[in-house]
Design a protein around this ligand. Structure first.
Ligand SMILES: *[C@@H]1O[C@H](CO)[C@@H](O)[C@H](O)[C@H]1NC(C)=O
Ligand SMILES: *[C@@H]1O[C@H](CO)[C@@H](O)[C@H](O)[C@H]1NC(C)=O
Length: 825
């Protein structure tokens, strides 16, 4: 390993230069679809000690955020594109106490093979608006065990050109003397940490050393302009010394005498007024584990260690994570149970240096809790539960509570991170006066979900999502947080979702690995607002991909590890042996009996409701298929994205043409056409002309415009899913792995086409349909058959043969060429 990092790269943000052969850009407006409340783990929240109101939060898979004065958060790492996707794992964060405009992020997702890249220290001198990247000669683990310990990265408060960084994987302690630009190993510090969460984990995720946990510098031991002499370092060791001190600016180190050695030190926070170091300990690395722990206080002057653990005996069934001091109130300290899984998480507060504590709740008479708080999830109503009972799993205060901070300028303002959100309030002093504070979800602007699949049906809500850890949502609005998660069944992760082309209110979703329900298929007839379990699904089979037939009677399921299955009319699923177990699948959106599949370079078609598939055309030299997109109104018009390009067929997959210029493609989606009745706009995440980005074509793949920009990279293209809006031309949804859902709308004019639409691709067979439907929003009164359609039912659209009048109180409104709906008058 080199002892010194030589490379220094500068990221130029906000500019984009066109290279020959690449697509021209069209400007787009990108925003998050608001889920609200975060939706994922927030391992670190750090206030700047010198500038009022300045604070940052870091996440494990979705980058970092800056706090705004109105309690909202602004994302900082949205520029991370396919080549820099590991920037979204933020393993540590430091805000400069001397020059508060300076911000440092230690980025990298995994030290095992999942992440091929080494870590970086991202350096900003404008509060995170732009960054330079200093590469490190080793990997970081922003989404690995121990990611809530910290902070591992600190700025010397007396000489801010000096930074320390505690590495994982046995790489030890590192130091920079030039504001993070280059780093060298602190060779005098020899304990690189022995603790490994699970040595037997063959993936490498849990078998790597957590390493150095935190670095804490005692400003009062030095003076401004010189390197601070006294430095404490916490190391992930259990059963041996874990806390070290240097009194000479890191030249030499010794284990602090008399320290406890039973547990891992998660946080080490100095109280300058008390001249004490507070430490929270847990017996696990976190963030999920821990069944015991302690809180200690070390006196710098006397060397005494005091056990100030708030609970003991059978009440001590968790470790401690979050640790906050009120720097304006000598002796006021708070600690969080890292994981108290039942009946709820727990936080303790002391105003006398830990001599005594009060909890956020305690037992009244079982099963009733005295809750010394009022709960407010107005900004994310789906976060729950709003009514806390003591049912296991119904945690309200939170879990994975590693970050806990009190605003150094406002004793009332506190924030803490959980496995799901950021909570806090601006009335913390009421804890001391009335022993009753507000617990409010304050993660507005933080969108850190891992999105598995998206649908944008032609009627009903604009978007329905399948999401990791928080299930998924019906997005009635793109700008308002949903009121509820998917329920009944409620799985933590929904793996995929699809709607029926001719009856789009009929939706199917599948779940992944959730023990609360053995059956992992659910169906809805109201766009996902309510669900029923599919009782024909086998127990303990999960994940993969799902497709529902055009008329909604058949569900094709390519499971995760149990092959392909199909069920018609809610019958028991039966095996489909003629489709490979790794196939991408899709349903035809118009013809009920047709399903598609693709594996390797072979495209498969079933015309018997998914019972049997036969090989049709070939997808060039593809070895893996990512996605299949199907025309919303023309049977047999299909797009397939592969590792060797993007392919289009208009003859049900008998023949495909390769799209010129695209060498690799991931998400592909068809949306509203540019002009009524035209061919759908095609969206793709692809390598086009050597550039991995997001593109749209309005002419069946002849001309492409790039639609994302230097400020919106969306992370790893291969981890993202996509849907296009069939009702709004140009609108596309991108589901990311860690930064929630984005939607993009056309914001500038399109560049002129460079290729003639007739000269390149050989899309030949289907004659262009003449479209007679208009985008009228008036009442359709044409003579329909059958009785009036009930409220919100379909009442028209191309190919529709059902009723075209609505029951009293509703009118039939054309939503798009393919769908008219009975809407309240
Ligand atoms: C803080 O409290 C300690 C006792 O815990 C006391 O010795 C010390 O003088 C106090 N410091 C200040 C600045 O009030
Ligand atoms: C704290 O205040 C809330 C809101 O007023 C109230 O519902 C709750 O019962 C109070 N807690 C206790 C223990 O009195």
């Amino acid at each position: 390993m080199p002892s010194r990092v030589k490379f220094w790269i500068t990221l130029t943000l906000g500019t984009f230069s066109l290279v020959y052969g690449q697509a021209a850009s069209q400007s787009y407006r990108w925003q998050n679809v608001k889920i609200g409340g975060g939706g994922g783990f927030v391992p670190g929240i750090v206030f700047n000690p010198s500038e009022k109101g300045l604070a940052y939060a870091r996440t494990d898979i979705g980058g970092a955020y800056k706090l705004n004065a109105d309690d909202t958060w602004t994302p900082l790492l949205d520029f991370a594109d396919d080549s820099r996707w590991n920037y979204w794992g933020v393993d540590a964060l430091a805000t400069d106490p001397v020059q508060p405009n300076r911000l440092y992020l230690a980025t990298g997702l995994y030290t095992n093979s999942w992440d091929p890249s080494n870590g970086h220290i991202l350096i900003s001198s404008d509060y995170g608006k732009t960054f330079d990247a200093a590469p490190l000669p080793f990997k970081l683990g922003g989404n690995m065990p121990g990611r809530g310990m910290g902070e591992r990265l600190v700025v010397d408060p007396n000489l801010n050109s000096i930074l320390y960084f505690g590495a994982r994987s046995g790489n030890g302690l590192w130091k920079s003397t030039n504001s993070g630009r280059s780093w060298s190993k602190v060779t005098s510090f020899t304990d690189t940490g022995s603790f490994v969460p699970d040595p037997s984990d063959s993936t490498g995720l849990n078998s790597d050393k957590i390493g150095i946990a935190w670095v804490t510098i005692d400003k009062a031991s030095g003076s401004s302009g010189s390197a601070t002499p006294r430095i404490f370092v916490g190391v992930a060791n259990k059963g041996s010394n874990s806390i070290y001190i240097s009194t000479n600016g890191g030249s030499s180190w010794s284990a602090v005498a008399g320290q406890p050695t039973s547990f891992l030190p998660h946080k080490g926070v100095l109280s300058p007024s008390e001249r004490a170091l507070y430490i929270t300990y847990s017996d696990g690395g976190g963030p999920y584990d821990g069944t015991s722990g302690a809180v200690y206080k070390y006196s710098i002057d006397t060397g005494a260690w005091t056990d100030i653990t708030p609970v003991s005996g059978s009440d001590l069934f968790f470790g401690f994570g979050g640790l906050a001091l009120d720097t304006q109130k000598n002796g006021t300290v708070m600690v969080a149970a890292l994981n108290s899984w039942w009946p709820d998480g727990q936080i303790f507060r002391s105003t006398n240096g830990g001599a005594s504590w009060t909890p956020l709740w305690d037992w009244a008479v079982y099963p009733t809790l005295n809750k010394y708080y009022s709960y407010n999830a107005a900004l994310a109503p789906w976060i729950g539960p709003n009514i806390v009972d003591v049912t296991p799993g119904n945690l309200q205060i939170g879990w994975m509570m590693e970050s806990l901070s009190i605003d150094p300028f406002d004793s009332n303002h506190w924030l803490y991170g959980t496995g799901e959100t950021i909570y806090g309030s601006r009335d913390l002093l009421k804890w001391d006066s009335a022993h009753n504070v507000t617990i409010k979800s304050l993660a507005d602007g933080v969108e850190e979900t891992s999105v598995q699949a998206l649908i944008s049906p032609p009627s009903g809500p604009p978007l329905v999502s399948a999401i990791g850890d928080v299930g998924g949502f019906v997005h009635q609005s793109l700008t308002r947080a949903p009121s509820a998660q998917f329920t009944n069944p409620k799985w933590s992760t929904s793996a995929d979702i699809d709607f029926a082309g001719n009856n789009p209110s009929n939706v199917v979703r599948i779940g992944t690995g959730d023990s609360t329900s053995g059956k992992q298929v659910a169906i809805s007839s109201d766009y996902g607002v309510t669900w029923n379990q599919h009782f024909g699904a086998p127990d303990n089979v999960q994940g993969g991909k799902v497709a529902i037939s055009a008329d909604a009677d058949t569900i094709l399921w390519r499971t995760n590890g149990n092959g392909v299955m199909v069920s018609r009319n809610q019958a028991t699923f039966s095996t489909v042996s003629s489709l490979p177990s790794d196939a991408a699948i899709a349903s035809d959106k118009k013809t009920n009996n047709i399903f598609y599949g693709a594996s390797g370079k072979t495209f498969y078609v079933s015309t018997d409701n998914g019972k049997t598939f036969s090989a049709h055309g070939s997808l060039g030299s593809a070895t893996s298929v990512f996605d299949i997109a199907v025309h919303p109104s023309v049977s047999g018009d299909i797009w397939a994205s592969t590792d060797k390009g993007l392919f289009h067929s208009t003859d049900s997959g008998a023949t495909f043409s390769a799209i010129s210029g695209i060498t690799q493609a991931w998400g592909v989606a068809l949306g509203a056409p540019k002009s009524t009745g035209g061919y759908p706009a095609v969206f793709v995440a692809a390598n086009y002309g050597g550039e991995v980005a997001y593109f749209r074509s309005d002419d069946r793949g002849v001309n492409w415009v790039k639609i994302n920009d230097a400020a919106h990279g969306f992370g790893a293209a291969s981890a993202n899913c996509m849907a296009a809006d069939p009702r709004v031309y140009g609108r596309v949804y991108i589901g990311t792995n860690g930064r929630g859902i984005f939607y993009g709308d056309v914001a500038g004019s399109a560049p002129p086409p460079t290729s003639s639409a007739t000269s390149t691709t050989s899309v030949s067979t289907t004659t262009t349909r003449s479209t007679t439907t208009t985008r009228s929003t008036t009442t359709t009164t044409s003579s329909g058959n059958g009785s009036p359609v009930s409220g919100f039912g379909q009442c028209g659209g191309q190919g529709w043969t059902g009723g075209t009048t609505c029951v009293t109180g509703f009118q039939c409104v054309a939503q798009n060429p393919f769908y008219s709906q009975c809407i309240p008058i």
